[in-house]
Design a protein around this ligand. Structure first.
Ligand code: COA
Ligand code: AMP
Length: 622
């Protein structure tokens, strides 16, 4: 198929294009209308259609006679466990777990928070919610109690589904103390907590609140799929914004199911029955879309890998999994391959395994840096696809759409806009820039199916963050350019969001935590370049007059508070005490200049700076 024909049609006739693609999924009531505005004036896909996402991901394959096909390959080097779950087995478990949730009063539209490690039961819980139209909100297992608490307060779930622990290489992370603390801190308490008991950790149940996952599953009556409107929320996934409060990205059912299914063919060039592996975590959008939903919606087998790219047990782990399950497409974050390259620079492990099932490697979560691109290209001789996307869209905004047409890649570029996404580059006045010039990356409305229609419980925030800055466009928050041949280059965020080892974090949130320390007068947290993790946060801290504490003690306390509030994943390991911060005459901290100094890049003296001497003071400290 020709990409240009497909893309042009998606832009010139979005409604016709996506109504045709709607046929990729099974509807209870097929949509007659492609697109209509809701009461907030936001474009919504398939407003008159009804369907069930769980039916499309599981039941329909069983109905089609493919119940014996493996749906999930679970591979857990951290517990030395492997299992294969067929579509029919998954259907039976999901139907019963849906019954268990219903018996606890969960019904269509209720929220269920899922705080779980990378185990098949997490997918059972996710699909059970979808089955009864409950809205799941998965919280990444690496987040600390206060992050979980913020999400509990915002989503107000009836039930939390969790486990006794997660396992980080060989470290057991007990979840129940975190869950209990989060419930204490939150404005809202769930009525029930369902706990998966893992052999590595036990817990003391709270009477009348906590129930064993295994017991409720065994005792429940199975439930059939409940049809919901295409615009009904499927899930809320919180993501970092520029402030301390994360944004609850809302995903609908219909547009999401269609976009996910379409992407498996158009972007990843998959066929039903083949094996797809996203080496990510179910707590992130990549995990939601390409561990959980898209592979099963399309009838593939998905790999659920509870391990790391290195140390579980070595840098050959990825290639071992590829060989074992005959993976066709492996999708991960560049940081994972940087970790592999660091330990196995000559690819000795790659040579050890049979990876001939692999058709391509796909990378996202951060820009695929050219050295990692070239290393993978030379080592594997496979197509290496950098594709750019966000929690907000749920799928790639730009990619090398190999199922439609393969483009010659350019290192550092995420290639072409995906059908449905009209990507443009604007200057600060909202004017388009010339090809090759950097600016703010925006998407012309309407956004295609699967993109967020609102922020949970805060539509004003949705409009202010994404729609108001450039009327008629969605603001991505990324900066970049489009070259003369139409290739898209995403160069980094233009706001206070940073990407640490493929994890999206807010420096604004870290600043709020650091500033809360009694010795701190003011601070700035910036993302500095890191060879392995892409970026790492760095705190620049001004102490209050008269503080006599040893700066090392203050630094240790600040590191500890960020770790306790956000989690170890924040990797906030360095805070430098400085005399002053560089500011404009109106008092704004010059963060972009600070970033350049920390990265050792040249910078021009900002014309608005209040006192230029502060920059050399800071350079000396870093
Ligand atoms: N639960 C609890 N703690 C977690 C966690 C989880 N799910 N994930 C990470 N952590 C902790 C780690 O144990 C570590 O703690 P420590 O400081 O006490 O050692 C800390 O958070 C930092 O972890 P991480 O950033 O993962 O560093 P690492 O050195 O352990 O591993 C990589 C580095 C590159 C191998 C790893 O970050 C990785 O695999 N990244 C890919 C991320 C990804 O898939 N992102 C999804 C987007 S596609
Ligand atoms: P998340 O919402 O966690 O997926 O993070 C989204 C952000 O990660 C984007 O806004 C980008 O800043 C960055 N990102 C993701 N994929 C890429 C990519 N392929 N190239 C450049 N940046 C990327």
């Amino acid at each position: 198929m020709n990409y240009h024909t497909e893309y042009t049609r998606s832009i010139e006739d979005p409604e016709g294009f996506w109504l045709e693609k709607a046929e990729l999924v099974d509807w209870v009531q097929p949509p007659q209308v492609g697109l209509a505005n809701d009461i907030e004036g936001i474009e919504r896909w398939y407003p008159d259609g009804t369907l069930n996402t769980c039916y499309n991901a599981i039941d329909r394959h069983v109905v089609a006679g493919r119940g014996d096909q493996v749906a999930i390959y679970y591979d857990s080097p951290v517990t030395q466990t492997k299992s294969a779950i067929t579509y029919a087995e998954l259907q039976a478990r999901v139907a019963k777990f849906a019954g268990a949730l219903a018996s606890m009063g969960v019904t269509t539209g209720d929220r269920v928070v899922i705080y779980m490690p990378m185990v098949p039961d997490a997918l059972v819980a996710i699909f059970a919610c979808a089955r009864i139209g409950a809205i799941h909100s998965v919280v990444f297992g690496g987040f600390a109690a206060s992050e979980l608490a913020v999400r509990l307060s915002d989503a107000a779930p009836k039930v939390i589904v969790t486990a006794t622990c997660g396992i980080e290489v060989s470290k057991v992370i007990e979840y129940m103390p975190i869950v209990n603390e989060a419930i204490e801190m939150a404005d809202h308490a769930p009525s029930h907590v369902i706990v998966l008991e893992r052999p590595e950790a036990s817990y003391t149940p709270v009477e009348g609140r906590d129930y064993s996952f295994a017991t409720v599953l065994e005792q429940a009556e199975p439930l059939e799929c409940v049809p919901v409107s295409a615009t009904h929320p499927l899930y809320i996934l919180y993501t970092s914004g520029t402030t301390g409060k994360p944004k609850g990205v809302v995903r609908d059912n219909g547009g999401h199911a269609v976009a996910m299914t379409y992407s498996m063919q158009a972007i990843y060039n998959m066929k039903p029955g083949e094996v797809f592996w996203a080496a990510s975590d179910i707590g992130w959008v990549v995990g939601h879309s390409y561990i959980v939903y898209a592979p099963l919606l399309f009838g593939c087998s998905t790999v659920l890998y509870e391990g790391k790219p290195v140390r579980t047990p070595d840098a050959g782990a990825f290639w071992r999994v590829v060989e074992e399950y005959k993976v066709k497409v492996l999708f991960t974050a560049p940081t994972a391959f940087r970790a592999v390259r660091k330990e196995d620079p000559h690819g000795a492990f790659f040579q050890q395994y049979n990876t001939e099932s692999l058709d391509a490697l796909y990378l996202a979560g951060e820009r695929l840096d050219p050295p990692t691109y070239h290393w993978l290209d030379e080592l594997t001789d496979l197509p290496i696809v950098d594709h750019w996307w966000q929690t907000e869209t749920g799928w790639a905004i730009a990619s090398n759409p190999r199922g439609l047409q393969s483009f010659t890649p350019k290192a550092g570029s995420s290639t072409m806009p995906t059908p449905g996404f009209k990507v443009e580059i604007l200057d600060p006045n909202g004017e388009p820039v010339e090809a090759g010039e950097q600016g703010s990356v925006v998407i012309k409305r309407p956004l295609p199916p699967s993109c967020l229609p609102t922020v949970w419980g805060n539509h004003t925030r949705f409009e202010e963050s994404y729609l108001n800055p450039y009327p008629g466009y969605y603001l991505t928050g990324d900066g970049g350019f489009i070259d003369h041949e139409g290739y898209i280059f995403i160069m980094g965020r233009t706001d206070d969001v940073i990407n640490v080892a493929g994890h999206r974090l807010s420096t604004g949130e870290m600043e709020e935590i650091v500033a809360a320390h009694p010795a701190v007068a003011e601070c700035a947290v910036i993302g500095v370049a890191d060879e392995l993790k892409g970026q790492l946060p760095l705190g620049l801290v001004v102490l209050k007059d008269g503080v006599t504490e040893d700066p090392k003690t203050v630094e240790a306390a600040l590191i500890q508070s960020v770790r306790a509030s956000i989690g170890a994943v924040a990797c906030f390991n360095k805070a430098v005490i400085v005399e002053r911060l560089p500011k404009t005459r109106s008092g704004k901290i010059l963060r972009a200049t600070l970033r350049k100094i920390a990265d050792g890049e040249s910078y021009s003296m900002p014309s608005t700076i209040e006192d230029p001497t502060v920059l050399s003071e800071i350079s000396e400290k870093l």
